[in-house]
Design a protein around this ligand. Structure first.
Ligand code: ATP
Length: 274
């Protein structure tokens, strides 16, 4: 993930219903998206358009899913990139990539006859992190290009462009990014609570043969602190254990192993990074 040279243009059909929990975040996001959909009204009332939505929260909580669902919900053209893809040895390359992102998504919208376009930038902190004086010139150019493009977005544009960005570290962002007319809508996407964990497990086991002793509520109970991405891994690992055993059904014990494995994996990762 995030290793591609150019931005990727994933064709996806993620819907809000495919995202477990996150009810408040989904509601806030849909409200922001109304500004993209009802743009005639926005113009009529002279309301400043929303140009940027910032999704904040820990890794694996569904920020990318939210952006993809937003694109489908609004029938927008969609392109995605990661902040780390803009980091280059040569000054100016990052800024060039930003220009390309805007150009490409507009071209895509035009080609598909769509009135709106969404650009998703994951790890925005890589290009939009706080400045510490010197050294950061390449990033500055990239960031400045992004701000210039966003400042240039007007309500009357066709297609209307909305930039969505995600970060795990909002406190690290340069204030210039957060000014009105830029990323001024912030939506926090948090770790799932127990009912949300159960929903996420339900989503990720829908296509799996579950044994009669599997109680998702109980697994949700035992996975306090797990992200959506980790819960997806639990469902997947449990299926792998069952398959290796040649068991037709995925049973409670397979989920037990899977929970331990995902928990251990995290621990190993943490120790390796110390
Ligand atoms: P990162 O900050 O690491 O980029 P993210 O918040 O963008 O993470 P996603 O990439 O959206 O997280 O989620 C990774 C995967 O985890 C998804 O493809 C999905 O399988 C699963 N997942 C995460 N959150 C949810 C959720 N709320 N409901 C269902 N699946 C989820």
């Amino acid at each position: 993930k995030g290793k591609q040279k150019k931005h990727v243009i994933p064709r996806s059909n993620v819907q809000f219903a495919d995202i477990g929990g996150q009810e408040r975040a989904k509601k806030e996001l849909k409200e922001a998206l109304d500004f993209l959909v009802y743009k005639d009204k926005i113009e009529q009332y002279g309301i400043r358009p929303i140009k940027g939505v910032l999704l904040t929260g820990p890794p694996g909580t569904g920020k990318t899913l939210m952006a993809k669902a937003a694109a489908n919900y609004t029938n927008s053209a969609f392109v995605a990139a990661s902040g780390s893809q803009f980091v280059e040895m040569y000054v100016g390359v990052g800024a060039q990539r930003v220009r390309e992102l805007f150009r490409d998504v507009k071209a895509m919208a035009e080609k598909n006859g769509q009135d709106s376009a969404i650009i998703f930038i994951d790890e925005i902190d890589v290009i939009g992190g706080k400045r510490d004086g010197q050294q950061q010139r390449e990033y500055d150019q990239t960031l400045n290009q992004l701000l210039t493009e966003m400042d240039g977005v007007a309500t009357s544009d066709k297609p209307r462009v909305l930039v969505m960005a995600a970060t795990n570290r909002k406190d690290m962002l340069d204030a210039a990014l957060l000014r009105p007319g830029r990323f001024d809508r912030h939506i926090s996407v948090d770790l799932p609570d127990k009912p949300a964990r159960e929903q996420i497990l339900t989503i990720h086991t829908a296509n799996k043969p579950l044994g009669s002793d599997v109680v998702l509520e109980k697994i949700a109970q035992e996975t306090f602190g797990f992200s959506g991405a980790q819960l997806e891994s639990v469902a997947n690992e449990a299926a792998i254990y069952a398959m290796r055993e040649g068991n037709e059904m995925i049973e409670a014990r397979h989920f037990g192993y899977a929970v331990d494995k995902v928990m251990m994996g995290e621990k190993v990762d943490r120790e390796a990074s110390l």
